[in-house]
Design a protein around this ligand. Structure first.
Ligand SMILES: Cc1cc2nc3c(=O)[nH]c(=O)nc-3n(C[C@H](O)[C@H](O)[C@H](O)COP(=O)(O)OP(=O)(O)OC[C@H]3O[C@@H](n4cnc5c(N)ncnc54)[C@H](O)[C@@H]3O)c2cc1C
Length: 353
């Protein structure tokens, strides 16, 4: 299901569309987009460009602005009429709300917060994998007896496909039986959050701090590093629980899933629940004073040292190089251990996996 606001789709919807395309190819069926809401026909071309081969469009005043009830009823109606094998939704506030109610009504299974999806070669069933038991095991769940198979996936788990602007497909119009004048819930006002940190998924550089930062004030040095790199600051759950950073910026199993080009983990041990949210980042740099910290197990580059020494040294070096380069963006490659000049920090050393 494509999640949209004022005709603008959430990025997670297209991430899921790409994955739906892969799954549909394996099953030999057609990947389709469910586009709900007034004026949603405009999103059809975007759905085709992102992998859909069919678009089911339900355009009705009761679907705008979003409230869960009419979306849920429409999804149920579509599922009963067209009998899809699989329905995927973003594990967003809206997606979770609609998916759980629809799965209950459809009397089928729903796996929330999947981190990977696959098709079982023998049975053709959807294998839905997600962390379980506090993230200590990965459980793969199937829905053998009921259809559709339903799953939610958090933003950032799947990559966006390269869009194909000229792609086309079949558009099917669906008329939901809804009464806009009889909705039990109405949206009176919409106030967007002012914390831009919630958009961690769309940023290419993240500087994340953990308990090893020691205090809220130490996050200021992470802000400065992030600013030099054009990135944003995030944190581990321990940092959030200590009140050093907003929960909206928490990375991990119960926070956000991110895959930036560069993830710098500072004073973060690398608990499995944190890794669940960032392990697919392109380049991971870990700064930790403990050489045995598990984060070094997945880091591309490790800096063993005190954050209070390493981070200001990194920031100063990057600032200097940017100034020398005329203030432009410093490429991630320019931050390799060989070139970063961190030796000036004395007790710090670089290690590469
Ligand atoms: C169900 C469940 C869900 C969870 N969800 C999440 C989640 O979404 N995200 C998440 O992050 N965690 C989550 N957790 C918590 C997780 O298990 C860890 O407790 C948490 O990630 C640890 O955070 P941390 O690495 O900041 O702290 P710690 O584990 O305490 O690590 C601090 C690190 O800082 C290093 N350090 C200390 N001082 C310095 C210094 N001066 N310079 C450099 N390094 C230093 C230490 O060597 C250590 O490695 C979850 C746990 C459960 C049970």
């Amino acid at each position: 299901m494509v999640e949209q606001e004022n005709g603008v789709a959430q990025r997670v919807s297209w991430e899921l569309m790409g994955e739906a395309r892969t799954l549909a190819d394996r099953l030999g069926v057609r990947p389709a987009a469910l586009i709900l809401g007034e004026g949603s026909a405009d999103l059809v071309a975007e759905a085709f460009a992102n992998g859909a081969r069919a678009a089911y469009v339900a355009d009705h005043p009761a679907l705008t602005p979003f409230t869960a009830g009419p979306h849920c009823d429409t999804l149920i109606g579509l599922a009963r009429k067209y009998r899809p094998e699989i329905i995927l939704l973003g594990a967003t506030t809206r997606g979770r709300d609609v998916a759980s109610a629809a799965a209950t009504e459809l009397e089928t299974g729903l796996t929330a917060d999947c981190t990977s999806l696959d098709i079982d070669e023998e049975t053709g069933m959807l294998r839905q994998t997600r962390p379980a038991f506090g993230g200590n095991i990965m459980a793969t769940i199937v829905t053998p007896d009921h259809r559709p198979q339903m799953a939610t996936v958090r933003p950032g788990v799947f990559r966006l496909l390269q869009p194909l602007p000229d792609a086309s497909g079949e558009t099917i119009t669906y008329k939901p039986k809804l009464d806009a004048s009889a909705l039990p819930v109405r949206r009176l006002k919409f106030e967007p959050t002012s914390d831009e940190g919630v958009a961690l998924q769309s940023t290419s550089v993240i500087v994340a701090g953990g308990r090893g930062m020691g205090s809220a004030g130490s996050f200021e040095m992470l802000e400065q590093l992030a600013e030099e790199l054009g990135g944003v600051v995030a944190g581990s759950r321990s940092a959030v629980e200590a009140g050093w950073i907003s929960q909206r910026r928490q990375v991990g199993q119960t926070g956000q899933t991110v895959r930036p080009l560069l993830y710098i983990a500072v004073g973060i041990s690398g608990a499995i629940q944190h890794l669940a949210g960032m392990q697919h980042s392109d380049i991971i740099i870990a700064v930790n004073k403990d050489p045995g910290a598990p984060i070094f197990g997945i880091a591309d580059y490790g800096i063993i040292g005190d954050a209070r020494v390493v981070v200001p040294a990194l920031t100063a070096e990057i600032r200097e190089r940017r100034a020398a380069a005329g203030g432009g963006t410093l490429s991630v490659a320019a931050m390799s251990p060989e070139t970063a000049g961190i030796e000036a920090a004395g007790e710090t050393e670089w290690e590469q996996e």
